[in-house]
Each structure stands twice: as C-alpha cells, then as structure tokens.
Design a protein around this ligand. Structure first.
Ligand SMILES: C[S@@+](CC[C@H](N)C(=O)[O-])C[C@H]1O[C@@H](n2cnc3c(N)ncnc32)[C@H](O)[C@@H]1O
Length: 363
C-alpha cells in the first residue's frame, strides 16, 4: 500500500486530492435533523437531535472535510476516541464499549456528549479535518461475487473464456476485494470457503434457483484503488473503520474485525489516488486484449457531481486495449455494463447486500 500523503508529511489520512473547507453550518445542521437516517441506532438518533439543537456542536461538525457526511464523521470521531480508551461517562452509553451493560439514551446523555466534545475539541477537529468516511462493508463482497458470476456467464455466451483482471475503485481497506477468502450463505446454498472466519449470509428473495457463486472467471490479477487506502496492519486505520460502525451493530463490528485479521494476512496491491487519474496507470500495465473488470460500490455516489463525467470516462478508457466489464452497486441494484457498453441490472440488491433478488425477466 502506498501512502503518498504520508510521504509528503501531511497528517495521516489527509489525501491531497481533497480540498479541506469548513462545511456551511446550515447544511451541517440540516444533516443532523434527519435522525431517522440512523434507523438501527437509538444512540445516534438521540445524539443527532442534540447536535441539531446546539450551535456549538454544529460548528464543531462543520470542520468535516468537504464532500464528507458530517453526521457519520462527527459520530465516528467521537467513537474513535472512546474506543481508544478515553475514560469518560459518555462511554457508558456505547454497546461497542460496554456491551449489554450499556446505558440506554437518557436525560443525562446530552450533557455527557457536550462535555466530552468540549474536552476533546482539538482531537475531534484533527480527526474531522484529516479522516474520510470510508466505511468498508464486508457484506458487499457478495455483490462483487454476484457481479463476477454475471461476467463469467456473459463471457461464456460470447465464447470467450479466460482469466480477467479485476480493479476495485474505492476499496478502502480492500475488504470487499478479498471476496475469495470468505464463505457465503444464500437461499439455503453455500459457496466460497466454508472454513473461513468470515461467513456472509443474505436473503434470496425469489423462487428461482440461486446462481452458482462458485462459478466465477479466474482472476489474472486483483488490485484496489482508493483516494486514501486504509491498512489492516495499521491500528489507527483499524480503529477508524471500527469507529464508523454504529455502536449497537455488534455483528457488523465482529465481521469487520475478522475480515481485517484476514486482510492483514492476505496482502493485495492497492493504488493510492483519484480514480480519474489512476485508472489509466492500472490499465497501462495490462496485456493488450485481456479482459478487465472494474468494480465500484458505494463510491461513485460520493464523487462530487461535477467530477462524475471524468470518473466515468476514466473507467471507459480502461476498455481501449481490451474488453471491459464494469460492475457497479451505487444505490440502484447491481449494474453490469458489458464490453459493448450495454448496461443491465441482473440483480436487485439493497445497499448493504442483506438481500438479493433476480431482476424481473433477467437473472
Ligand atoms: C463509502 S466508502 C465505500 C468503501 C467500499 N467500496 C465498501 O463498499 O465498503 C467510499 C470509498 O471510496 C473512496 N473514493 C471516493 N472517491 C474516490 C475517487 N475519486 N477515487 C478513488 N477512491 C475514491 C473513498 O476514499 C472511500 O474509501
């Protein structure tokens, strides 16, 4: 993993590709007035209201880097400090720290939160101005696997077998990219590694047979790419990823931890930088004529609208010297674009890959 920003002496996690402006306070407050966004976290729902009603807290959250979601960033930064072992009454409300003994949100929570953020303001600003919201959802490996299965079938239909080169854009710590190291349970069928400590379970919402997720094209190479790659070997990167998991979501935190342990043992090449520029570097090393697959999940949605045409063009250019498949999970099912540029949505999925259904008439 290369970290050009660290080499340049910038603070950890401070990609130079991102401009660091304060966010407009009105927009920040608006983000905290939608507590229902934290549908499975009673703690964050309550804290959202606390922040929305307190101008000082809104001002603090406005330090979040441009383009980053201030709710996730502020709550991630607070939990990061608590997970590091800050001895504070606020920790008593976090199931991630106190487990079943955590206090439910009560009338004292707001005061504890205000006091904690006042006491730790400099560390929180440091985190908000240097870290990115880079949640790495291990469960999405199932989406990559589904996409690769579709690519394999399409290759067979075209009479074109052969290994493919895989690039994941927005790989974070590369946990989705390590799909081959996990086990899968879908619609009563099992795939992948039954002995893996990472077992992913999803609901199959269909009477149709489950696709054979062990039938995938061979991978000639596997590479990640991220504005700011995180490393499973780095305790601070690991803690940041854990801090982005909502405190009540213990199953997800355990899965993350197991996947990070696996990732630390399975190094993969990860390029640092913006996809707009680095896709070409990756493609330049591929042999002419060989099939390439570019995958991205919950990444393009974070690219500012004015940069999306260049992001899309950079991916399309990867196909200049060999057939290109693009697999995308960006909010509207699983989309596969084939080498002729034809886009299909073979599977409906939700963003966290908790369920899968073949799209009507396809699959
Ligand atoms: C929300 S995270 C999702 C991570 C992972 N794909 C997943 O689904 O678990 C989005 C990631 O995309 C990266 N990213 C955003 N814009 C990018 C760009 N233009 N080029 C490369 N990476 C980018 C961020 O740094 C972050 O790690």
């Amino acid at each position: 993993v290369s970290h050009p920003d660290r080499a340049a002496g910038l603070p950890r996690g401070a990609p130079s590709a991102i401009i660091n402006d304060m966010q407009p306070e009105a927009e920040v407050r608006a983000a905290f007035t939608e507590p229902e966004a934290f549908w499975s976290s009673p703690l964050y729902r309550r804290l959202s209201k606390v922040v929305a009603e307190d101008p000082q807290l809104v001002r603090l959250a406005a330090h979040t880097r441009a383009g980053q979601v201030p709710t996730f960033a502020l709550f991630g930064a607070v939990q990061y400090l608590l997970l590091a072992g800050c001895d504070d009454p606020l920790a008593g409300y976090y199931p991630s720290i106190r487990g079943d003994r955590a206090r439910p949100p009560d009338h004292e929570l707001a005061d504890h939160f205000r006091q904690f953020t006042r006491r730790h303001r400099p560390e929180l600003i440091q985190l908000l101005t240097t870290r990115l919201v880079q949640t790495n959802q291990v469960q999405r490996a199932l989406g990559l696997r589904l996409g690769l299965h579709v690519v394999g079938r399409d290759q067979a239909d075209r009479g074109r077998a052969g290994a493919v080169h895989l690039l994941e854009i927005g790989t974070s710590a590369g946990l989705v990219l390590r799909q081959a190291a996990y086990g899968y349970h879908l619609g009563g069928c099992r795939f992948g590694r039954p002995d893996s400590p990472v077992q992913l379970r999803a609901e199959w919402r269909s009477a149709e047979p489950v696709p054979d997720l062990d039938q995938l094209p061979d991978l000639a190479s596997t590479t990640g790419l991220d504005l700011n790659p995180l490393s499973a070997d780095d305790p601070e990167d690991r803690r940041w990823l854990e801090a982005l998991v909502w405190p009540e979501d213990r199953a997800k935190a355990l899965l993350l931890d197991a996947a990070l342990d696996l990732a630390a043992e399975l190094p993969l090449p990860i390029l640092a930088g913006d996809a707009q520029h680095r896709c070409a570097d990756w493609a330049a090393d591929l042999p002419d004529g060989q099939t390439r697959v570019v995958f991205h999940c919950a990444t393009r949605m974070h690219v500012p609208g004015r940069h999306r045409p260049a992001f899309d063009q950079a991916i399309a250019d990867v196909g200049r010297r060999g057939p290109l498949y693009r697999i995308a999970i960006e909010g509207a099912g699983l989309v596969v674009i084939d080498p002729d540029g034809v886009a299909r949505t073979p599977y409906d999925v939700n963003g966290h890959l908790e369920w899968v259904a073949p799209a009507a008439g396809l699959g």
